[in-house]
Design a protein. Sequence first.
Length: 97
Amino acid sequence: MEQIERVKQMECCLDRASQAVIRLSAALDEYAEAQDALRQLSDYYGSDAWKQDFATDSAGLLPQDLKRGVLSEDAVWNLLEDVRDLRERMREMVADI
């Protein structure tokens, strides 16, 4: 009976881990595809172009219906910090395997 329970438990572990690996692989594919966008955002944030766009927005010269979260001082910074945190987390997880 103990063996049956152990096999059932390990089968649950296999199923759970397999599904997590499938989802992580898909997320990593999506993340890899976003690398160019992340580089562009990183280059833009704090650049002269961003400062000019920010000043133009602050002066009320951009259309009110224009989505411009990229001009907030926190949105891009927070995203880039999240990226750094995720990279560190991935490094730590890989080191534990």
